[in-house]
Design a protein around this ligand. Structure first.
Ligand SMILES: [Zn+2]
Ligand SMILES: [Zn+2]
Length: 268
């Protein structure tokens, strides 16, 4: 294949799909995207540890460098940054770290602390050129032949929604927002958090997370190709998650892909 030609098929591998903490064999949030000869992690929760598990380890072997973009700095999305020196032992690791106005606070500095004493044995500088921390405050950045669009969402401290070209969008740790519809319109695959059941949501639960029927409505109105529910509540069994997916499929009329960690999904 011509190196300049965009790849026809992208690969998505869920590495961690839980919110808050690991449970029932599920890790916390991280998704591997392989496209245009590049490797990208969306979030870096405990799922990052799966980069050394088959078949993921074999799949990533040809990739030299790794980009990581975090949606925000809650621990279920970033703790795996500290696993990267061991699980990505080659090439360069570029951490794309949002800062105000995309999210509140100095997250990039927190990331340096995550790879430095007393939280970690070595200091961030010990990795020299191999680990780069890139502060991101603009709503657009280019990635291979694709444009990545970022926007602020509704979550304590803020979080960013991420759209990569027209292939996929990643919307987690946010209330269900009407503006998401235009942001994700027409993508082949929408990864959207489903944290609350409709019954829980009707009980007046806290803001900052989304309920299943709200997400189904966003996905349907945005005419996405398929919906993948992510950021599962740790207390939910696989059967609970399947039941929520059934509701989402019925309400949206769309294909719903339930993410199995380490399974490879292709996005045409
Ligand atoms: Zn979370
Ligand atoms: Zn969060």
């Amino acid at each position: 294949m011509n190196a300049a030609m965009p790849e026809a098929t992208w690969k998505l591998v869920p590495l961690g799909t839980n919110g808050y903490f690991p449970s029932f064999g599920r890790q916390t949030m991280s998704f591997l995207v392989l496209a245009d000869r590049r490797a990208l992690l969306l979030d870096a929760g405990t799922g990052v540890s799966r980069l050394i598990e088959p078949p993921v380890a074999q799949l990533v072997e040809p990739y030299e460098d790794l980009d990581v973009i975090v949606s925000h700095y809650h621990v279920d999305h970033v703790v795996g940054i500290s696993y990267l020196p061991a699980v990505w032992p080659r090439g360069k690791v570029r951490i794309l770290a949002p800062e105000p106005p995309l999210v509140d606070g100095d997250g990039p500095t927190a990331m340096r602390h995550l790879l430095g004493p007393p939280l970690f044995a070595k200091g961030f500088e010990a990795y020299g050129e191999r680990f780069q921390l890139v502060r991101v405050r603009e709503p657009e950045l280019s990635w291979g032949s694709s444009l990545i669009r970022l926007w602020r969402q509704d979550h304590p401290g803020g979080s960013i929604g991420i759209r990569i070209g027209d292939r996929l969008a990643y919307v987690t740790d946010t209330s269900a927002l009407p503006e998401t519809i235009e942001r994700v319109r027409g993508v082949r695959l929408l990864l959207h958090e489903i944290w609350w059941s409709d019954v829980e949501a009707s009980g007046g639960v806290g803001a900052g997370h989304s309920a299943v029927s709200e997400v189904a409505e966003i996905a349907a109105k945005a005419a996405v190709g398929a919906l993948m529910p992510v950021h599962h509540q740790p207390r939910r069994s696989w059967e609970d998650i399947e039941a929520m997916a059934t509701v989402a499929a019925k309400r949206s009329g769309l294909p719903v892909w339930l993410p199995r960690e380490t399974q490879v999904y292709t996005i045409e």
